[in-house]
Design a protein around this ligand. Sequence first.
Ligand code: FAD
Length: 403
Amino acid sequence: MSRKLDLSSGRPVWSAYRAPTVPTDSLTRDVKTDVLIVGMGISGAMMAEALTADGHRVICIDRRGPLKGSTAATTALVAFEIDQPLSTLSKMVGRASAQQAWRRSRLAVSNLAGRIAELGINCGLSRMPSLYLAGTMLGPSELRDEAEARRLAGIGAICLTRQQLAEKFGIDRQGAILGHGNIALDPRKLTAGLLLKSLERKARFYAPVEATMIEDSAEAVVVATRDGPTITARHVVLATGYELVDIVPAAAHRIISTWAIATRPQPRKLWPDAAFIWEASEPYLYMRTTVDGRVICGGEDEDFIDEARRDELIADKSTRIAEKLGLIFPHLDTRPDFAWTGSFGTTTTGLPYIGAIPRHPRIHAVLGYGGNGITFSQIASEIVPASINGLDDTDARLFAFNR
Ligand SMILES: Cc1cc2nc3c(=O)[nH]c(=O)nc-3n(C[C@H](O)[C@H](O)[C@H](O)COP(=O)(O)OP(=O)(O)OC[C@H]3O[C@@H](n4cnc5c(N)ncnc54)[C@H](O)[C@@H]3O)c2cc1C
């Protein structure tokens, strides 16, 4: 029913921090529920928490187990700044839609921070400013246009000249946009926290269980599993990450490869405000810090999916990422303490697809794409529950499959 990818390899930094265990059961007989969620990564966890909060009976399944997909490999910078600059996205989807996507993204990050605080989930959340450095894609004058475009959409953006950037952050680049409102966190702790909250509200978790076939009628959806039992639900949410289920339209979707490193903790050597930094380049380099002062730096994306080739490149790519990091901050110890790689889904516009699958109103898909994957998972956990509750989210059309 869906392709199995080798989602990541190497040692992601999150293995240094203990996430709570999420208990699961074996599925030994046919079961029924209101909503079945396929996938127990960050997208499935957000969905389960939102749906149980609305009072739905929820079952989650995962063929690997909770927190074992891409969520274990993410660098977990939750940015409202969509990978596709607002000025570029406007040319692709029109100005009004691009502004709407950026604004919704801004709201989603703020909603997620509020949600984590409200649920009391300890996931090392920190709020940080962001610096978008001039690069090969947007030079200083295009960066000024981008800042202006953001301000016109109601999103704060401050332009820093080369001199201001050097004085305030010690970085030698031609200029930057300074923004506020992003968060960074430990993705496994957040996912476990959301799943455990759903469990308190009587969600049922079965793993390892693989969905192999989906059949829907006007009243229900029946999902067959590899080991035999079936699950019948009023609605199914496919939160399967980059492993698309056959029924999900995949025309605009492609998988690329990405690499990341994390240094040893060095809290005294970090740059001012531990700002999230990324470049207006293609491919871009990005960096964030952890609560104990490690630097996580990633990028070097390549447009191929071959997992063996991707894994072979870990040593070369991590050396290259460390060198690039050292060029920006020469005083840092850039030696990788952790180095890993992962597959990464992306779309033509960079915007995700969220919502009911065309002609299958009871089957919803949540595709958390690219560098804003977690932000988009949050948006999905707002749009899909609204639709299951028979309500219309104001931005649903923007992300719909038939947009
Ligand atoms: C190196 C790297 C860096 C990243 N950095 C960032 C970042 O800084 N910020 C950001 O927002 N995003 C980032 N992302 C993207 C982000 O990690 C993803 O968007 C997010 O983890 C996807 O979560 P998910 O729950 O949708 O998928 P997953 O975590 O992959 O979970 C999907 C689950 O579905 C299960 N599954 C699949 N098919 C079936 C089936 N048929 N039956 C049962 N179970 C099934 C899988 O086993 C898996 O556990 C990064 C990704 C990578 C790889």
